[in-house]
Design a protein around this ligand. Structure first.
Ligand code: C2O
Length: 535
């Protein structure tokens, strides 16, 4: 049977402030946020689903978790507490590098604030996991209480589980939430729509369910004789927004701000409105654009965020469906169907409103990338590797698995040029912890097969004469994606050139912590395997 669309109201997740106010002055705050096993209703007609949810108590825990709102310059501390049972809801595969407690009991978890610029000990390293009550801890675990400095640019982030080998299943069962840094001195003068009603995070992901309500994931891996359960990518047919399948929201005829997070494992979204309404793009993952950009479609990879204004007063109809047009896997997979091609419905009130919010011509200007100052140029090749025993393919970066020693060692305060060479057939969203980057260009490779052959043999882009192969057409970076980002789509068959900055983008201030400390940081594709660097 199939679920009826647009019958549940879009929920707002509970809000938790990451600061206190004492005598009118904001001061830092210590939060306790737990991970709980509970049942969650994803749809009116679907029985409740067993999930793992973040919250301040089992009763108040939600999927996605509460939205944490931090204030620029005010520290937020969070003790993330694991109250999960001894067994996982979904099957996980012990044959891939995975956090496995010695007692074989408990669900390893660790939280990463995606987009946060924080000390390595609070970054949620995949091996810093812990089980219920911190009973067992991973090899790089150091502390219970995480410190978030909130001194980067204001913008949108999200927190999610990051445990070795379990990240995918931990996110699939619900360990996801939004995190916003606000900087009122800078943001209020912009005049964008604000307040609970007009400024909303939309956390979007795909899931499939059995008729009993449980989350469906194929239990058999792509190559079960070697990895019983491992499948590199998950796709579900129901599209969930803020914890409800295909919800609806009644809106007024005025401007709204939506901070849209793609929290899917592998699904790209190409969002558009069925009635032609446009998006005014004002920011992306963790930073604002210099100027707003009007667009009809938004392509959002897993873990990317867009911050958009939608002006419903421009609507010619009384309803609009937010739809999805992205093939899965992107870009060469199946086309969307009548289920995953729909996201949510907006019902637009007839009556016109006085709307005092506005979208200014200029938003926030950060320093432009300075190529002449780049301290290093690196080549990072992504390719899938199939072993002689025909194991499932693994995504490697520069031919190395995650367990290999840290590869890049950038210096704090410097910028580097990274040329990311995608030799796979799929688009991979590359995410770099700690650093923010600007995408400079995407250039098509000629004769990919020949270049790949060389790379598989000697794994050295310079020796394989990358300059000879990187001379195809250049795809211009769309205007709305020219700002500072922490994740970007690496087009298959292209070299994507980025300038990464290992410093705050709004100032030259150095990090208030030791960025070279263990366990270091990672950069990785947000669909699969992790990679590591230290600074
Ligand atoms: Cu969103 Cu290393 O993760």
């Amino acid at each position: 049977s199939q679920l009826k669309m647009f019958v549940d109201e879009l929920p707002d997740m509970p809000k938790i402030l990451g600061f206190d106010v004492v005598n009118g002055v904001p001061v830092s705050k210590s939060l306790q946020i737990g991970m709980f096993s509970k049942k969650w209703k994803f749809h009116r007609d679907l029985p409740p689903t067993r999930v793992f949810a973040y919250g301040t108590s089992n009763n108040t825990a939600t999927v996605p978790g509460p939205t944490i709102e931090a204030l620029y310059g005010v520290d937020t501390y969070v003790t993330w507490r694991n109250y999960l049972p001894s067994k996982h809801i979904l099957p996980w595969d012990p044959t891939i590098p995975t956090a496995i407690p010695a007692t074989k009991k408990g669900v390893p978890t660790v939280v990463h604030l995606h987009g946060g610029i924080d000390e390595p000990q609070s970054d949620g390293n995949a091996n810093s996991w812990f089980t219920r009550g911190f009973r067992e801890r991973g090899p790089t675990w150091t502390q219970k209480k995480y410190h978030y400095y909130n001194i980067q640019q204001p913008g949108n982030m999200w927190y999610h589980d990051h445990a070795m080998g379990l990240t995918r299943v931990n996110l699939l069962v619900g360990l996801i939430g939004a995190y916003i840094i606000r900087h009122p001195d800078i943001e209020s003068p912009l005049g964008l729509p604000h307040g609970k009603e007009f400024d909303r995070p939309l956390v979007v992901f795909d899931r499939s369910f059995r008729t009993d309500g449980s989350i469906y994931m194929n239990r058999t891996g792509n190559n079960p004789s070697i990895h019983p359960q491992w499948q590199p990518e998950y796709f579900g047919d129901a599209i969930i927004v803020n914890g409800k399948a295909w919800p609806r929201l009644t809106v007024r005829r005025r401007k709204y701000r939506f901070r849209i997070i793609n929290a899917s494992n592998a699904r790209f979204f190409e969002f558009f409105f069925t009635n032609g309404l446009r998006f005014i793009h004002v920011g992306s993952d963790s930073s604002y654009n210099k100027r707003p950009v009007m667009i009809k479609k938004i392509l959002l990879a897993p873990s990317e965020i867009v911050d958009v204004i939608v002006d419903f007063s421009e609507s010619k109809s009384d309803s609009a469906i937010l739809a999805n047009g992205a093939a899965y896997p992107y870009p060469s997979g199946d086309p969307v169907n009548k289920f995953n091609g729909n996201v949510m419905k907006f019902i637009i009130k007839r009556q016109r409103e006085v709307d005092t919010s506005r979208v200014p011509k200029r938003l926030i200007k950060y320093p432009s990338p300075d190529l002449s100052n780049a301290a290093a140029t690196r080549y990072i090749a992504m390719y899938e590797y199939t072993s002689p025993t025909d194991e499932p393919t693994h995504l490697f970066l520069n031919g190395k698995p995650y367990e290999a020693p840290a590869t890049e060692t950038p210096k704090e305060g410097t910028s580097e040029i990274w040329n990311v060479i995608n030799l796979t057939a799929d688009n991979h969203p590359l995410h770099i912890h700690l650093g923010l980057f600007v995408v400079l260009e995407q250039r098509k490779l000629v004769d990919v097969e020949k270049f790949k052959e060389c790379m598989l043999k000697i794994n050295n882009a310079v020796k394989c004469q990358i300059s000879k192969y990187a001379r195809g057409n250049i795809t211009a970076v769309p205007a709305h994606e020219q700002g500072w980002k922490n994740v970007f789509k690496m087009t298959p068959g292209y070299v994507t050139k980025i300038l990464v900055r290992f410093a705050y983008i709004h100032s030259n201030a150095s990090y208030p912590f030791d960025a070279s400390a263990e366990p270091g940081y990672v950069y990785h594709c947000h669909v699969s395997i992790l990679f590591r660097f230290s600074i």
